[in-house]
Each structure stands twice: as C-alpha cells, then as structure tokens.
Write a protein that binds this ligand. Sequence first.
Ligand code: GTR
Length: 336
Amino acid sequence: MNDLLASLQVSRRTILAGGAAALAAGCSRGLGPGVLTATDTHVNDYPTVQAVIRFGKMLERATSGRLSLRMYPGGQLGNERDTLEITTFGGLDFNRVNLAPLNSIEPLTTVAALPFLFTSIEHMRSTLDGPIGDEILASLEPHGLIGLCFYDSGARSFYNTRGPIRTPDDMRGLKLRVPGSDLYIAMVQSLGADAVPMPLDEVYQSLAQGVIDGAENNWPSFESGRHFEVARFYSLTRHLLAPEVFVMSKRRWDTLSADDQSLIRRSAKQSVPYMRELWDDQVEKSKAIIMNSGVEVNEIDPAPFAERMRGVWDEFLTTPEQRDLARRIVEVGEPS
Ligand code: GTR
C-alpha cells in the first residue's frame, strides 16, 4: 500500500470518528507538492475515470509537469459520501461523484436529481452545459467544494432477480438497493417497494445472497458491477437522468494561483465532450454484454411511474429557490 492510501485510510477513520481538524492540521500526503489526487467509485476503464485521467494529462501538459494527477479508482478510498467528506476537508483534491451524495450537502443539487425531470439526455446536456448548470456547480462552494463540471450518467432503471417490472404494482414489496440519499429512498417507497440504502460495492454480494431483490442504475453500472449476472430482469423505467459531478476541494483550490484555477476550470469543461464520447460508446458495449447474457429487458409505460413519483417533487422541493430552479429546468425543454 502506498503512503497516500495508508494516510487517507487513517484520515478517513479520523474523519469518520469526528476528527476532521486533526486531518486538516496534519496528514502528510506522501506525494510531491504538484501531485493532485482524485478518486472515483468506478473501475479504471469506466468513462468517468478515464475523463478525469484525461483532465489530469491536460494539466500536466499545460504546466510542463508542474501539476499532475494521481487517480485512485474503484472505490479504494471509501464510498462516495465518505470520500466527499475527505475532499471537503482537503484530504483529497478531486472527486467524481453522483449527485446523490451531494443532496444532503446542498439543496439545489436535489433539484437536478428529481425523477422524470429531464425528458431526454439532450435536455439534461443542454441544461447543465449552460447557466443553470453553472449555478448548481457554484452552489457547492460554501460547502467546501468547487463544482467543475457535469458528466453524463445516462438513465437509471430498475433491475431485479424476481421478474419483469411492468407497472408500479409489480414493485410492491421488492427490496431495492438505493444510494444513501433520502431522495432515492422516497422515490423507491413511492413505488411501493422497500428501499435499502447501501454502498455500491456491496450490491453484487447482497443480490447474490438474496439480501436485496434488486437495485437501479444505468447500463454501464449494471454491467461493470456484474450485477446483471445475478439480477436477470432489467425494466427500462428511465426514472432518473441525474448527472455525475466532478468537484475539487476548496481548501486545495484556495492555495492555487488564479492562473492554475482557471486552467483547472477550463480543462474540466474540456474533458466533458471526451467523457460523453466514451460514455455513448460504453452504453452500447454494456448493453450488448447484458443482452447477450440473456437478461430479460423490457420497456415500460413511464406515465404511471412518473405519476406515483410526483409526490417526491412536492416533498423535496421545499425552498422557493429549489422550486424556481425546477421550473427553469422544465422550461429549457428539448433543444430544437
Ligand atoms: C453510478 C454512479 C456512481 C454511483 C452509483 C451508485 O451510476 O456513476 O457515482 O452513484 O451509480 O448507484 O452508487
């Protein structure tokens, strides 16, 4: 185990035990001063990981090696909630996470994670590429995080070990894993299923042992976690088109020159088209692997699902700012 990994694992325990100040005060990184660290829950060849690695190469090239990036993929430093906390306190420089773990940190992020909000990938991309996306990214700063860009995450749908889901009634009583987020718990409960919050890396085992009946995710995550080997029914509800987010620790950010800061912002945005290219390709590859393995995939009528989940909007849009943001996102609509 290298020094950073060892020190972060100590730091993580320290943070989780409530000792953030101790970490901020002193954990030695064991890396050179220009080496920036990044983490991701996904394996090395996943599009988000490759996009962040590409971002690091851009920094390295632009600064002739003065800055570089060291990626820790595969969730080796902990789950997204824990690594986000470490990032906030400066134990890690960059983090690529889903919107879900940010929901309890910043209410505006909840809006972009509402079910059936984005009507298509194009709607999501055009909204988040513009001022609305920048506004959500900027809302993270008071929480110790610099929001750099959004990456694609496709559409999340339900998979399970029992049988095809065609209507919300088919979900009654199913035990479905969700990421640790109140919004996800409410979404699944609104459909009559039991929500089981659980880190991603425990899903395969839990499906295999029957601790849960299913989960929900996009094609690449369903495939790369090998969940499809156990959950043989994938029902295309496409209830969530929430994006991934790439963030930086504000503590580290504040130590950088204005030039380096703008290089980082620019390079992150420049990594987005590359990520989307990899993403579109990965969706096709994952789809083929899953279909060829004989998983039963079915289309559904989204209307009754959207109808039941509508209550979640009222429950989670609690401030005027959130309601206004939701209204503006809906108004963006489909790009012409
Ligand atoms: C994936 C996402 C991860 C993580 C995961 C999960 O689609 O890329 O960041 O949130 O889902 O369900 O935990």
